[in-house]
Design a protein around this ligand. Structure first.
Ligand SMILES: [Zn+2]
Length: 483
């Protein structure tokens, strides 16, 4: 096994989150709609209709191209890709062929450490990035073949990497990072379950260190991160066995069956000539002026991996924290706003965010920017704890209270009388009461059951409604119990 290395290239189809389809005004996202409810003569390819390009598709695709450091061509063309299949009513798909929207980009993929292997960066080249329309969907039901044209004309970006990935794990990482980037840019929901992000994988193997490429197989229909990893791993192992048995790898197209986790041969791969590409006569070329391209480039936000590196450098955060905080753009912005208001140690702000606020975001399904616990409120709570005005557990309970009521932490502390009791006399009085009310426990403690001290602290906390300073309470109890 170890003498071979895998050579993997990925073709991804990304559904852009435009309101309407690419060449007509039908609604683009029909995930929850009944079959054939978002269709018109244009997307169904009836005779005599003409497509009209949705410019929002071009802008979103160019943004992705720029994020991939690809070269956006000043003029690109639409072509017809001809094939016959029931889900393609026109008999061709409008795509781009030899003059695509962009080419020649790259993506520096961070691959995390695993076991003894350290983390590293894999340079993944982007061969080609183009826009096209989606086809419909067929399914078998009760022995009948059913067709749903809702997806016809849904805008897609197809992005093809070079054969640069070297393992099933790297391929899975690429999809994870691509999904993160698409959401970050706000150009796709990138939900694999809803087919917003689909992946085909080209896989071959060769002796380790070799430069040449062997015949490859193409795995179709890989629609989850787990499926990317397991289908590619399965195929690498199959090819290795074949080669070791002295057999040749043939250029098959394989289909991944999610339920049985097996690969099935679909057909011998067709060559590009089978599609008889020619220029789409019903659409003008896409022309992007220097100024339009410059404008899109200037609108490109700081990208997730760049922000991750900056968080480590600027705020002194561990990579682990920086990775979590930059997983989503809204969370990373929330963090920076907390740091601005808090003015204390950014790592402390990060702890509160990762340990407590993130749980709130996940439990309630609310994005960071929609929380009523705004960054200045979170900063205020951390400061209340830092200055000793409230203890840590009260501080944590304030998070939910602010989120539920929308009131400021300061108001809640004042109205509910939550400020920490650090007055030693008051704490001492509460301790004396607790000891007097629990003579049995006092006896057990004096007979050597030292762990009861924690129970006494808890009782004092209850009596003071959580406001007593725990350390001062403990000290007072220890002193009283000594006597
Ligand atoms: Zn339509």
């Amino acid at each position: 096994m170890s003498e071979y290395e895998a050579v993997i290239g990925l073709e991804t189809h990304i559904q852009l989150n435009t309101i309407t389809k690419i060449f007509c005004t039908c609604k683009a996202d029909s995930w929850n709609d009944p079959p054939n409810s978002n269709i018109c003569p244009v997307c169904c390819g009836l005779p005599g209709v003409l497509p009209v390009l949705n410019w929002a598709v071009v802008l979103k695709a160019v943004l992705l191209a720029v994020a991939m450091r690809a070269e956006v061509l000043p003029v690109s063309y639409f072509d017809r890709k001809n094939y016959f299949y029931p889900d393609l009513p026109k008999g061709y798909q409008i795509s781009q062929y030899d003059k695509p929207l962009a080419s020649g980009g790259h993506f520096d993929l961070p691959v995390p450490a695993s076991g003894d292997a350290p983390a590293y960066v894999r340079h993944v080249t982007i061969h080609k990035l183009h826009i096209e329309e989606d086809a419909g969907k067929t399914k078998n039901e009760n022995g009948r073949r059913l067709i749903d044209f809702n997806r016809c004309g849904v805008p897609l970006v197809e992005m093809v990497t070079g054969p640069d990935l070297r393992s099933a794990d790297e391929a899975a990482q690429y999809i994870i990072r691509l999904r993160q980037l698409l959401r970050w840019l706000g150009i796709s929901e990138a939900d694999m379950e809803k087919a917003h992000l689909r992946c085909d994988a080209n896989v071959s193997i060769r002796p380790k260190g070799a430069e040449y490429l062997n015949p490859k197989t193409e795995i179709k229909n890989v629609n989850s991160i787990v499926a990317v990893r397991t289908s590619i791993q399965t195929e690498i192992e199959r090819q290795t066995k074949e080669v070791e048995a002295g057999r040749r790898i043939e250029a098959w197209t394989l289909e991944w069956d999610e339920d049985s986790a097996t690969l099935r041969k679909m057909r011998s791969k067709e060559t590009e000539a089978d599609y008889r590409y020619f220029r789409e006569p019903d659409l003008l070329p896409i022309r992007l002026s220097e100024q339009q391209r410059a404008e899109i480039i200037s609108n490109l936000p700081e990208l997730p991996l760049e922000r991750r590196t900056r968080f480590v450098q600027q705020y002194g955060l561990p990579e682990y924290d920086a990775d979590i905080l930059t997983n989503e753009r809204s969370l990373s912005e929330y963090f920076e706003n907390v740091v601005k208001s808090y003015e204390g140690d950014p790592k402390r702000a990060s702890n509160w965010l990762i340990n407590d606020v993130l749980r709130m975001i996940n439990d309630n399904g609310i994005p960071a920017e929609k929380l009523r616990l705004t960054p200045p409120y979170l900063a205020e709570i951390i400061k209340l704890v830092d200055t000793g005005t409230v203890n840590t557990s009260t501080g944590k309970s304030l998070l939910d209270k602010v989120e539920q009521t929308g009131r400021t932490p300061g108001e809640i502390v004042q109205e509910e009388g939550l400020a920490k009791v650090s007055d030693t006399d008051a704490i001492r009085a509460a301790c004396i009461m607790v000891l007097a009310e629990n003579p049995e426990q006092v006896t057990s403690f004096k007979n050597g059951k030292a762990t009861l001290i924690g129970w006494f602290v808890g009782q004092v906390m209850r009596k003071t409604r959580g406001k007593a300073d725990p350390q001062a309470t403990r000290a007072a109890l220890e002193e009283l119990l000594k006597g």
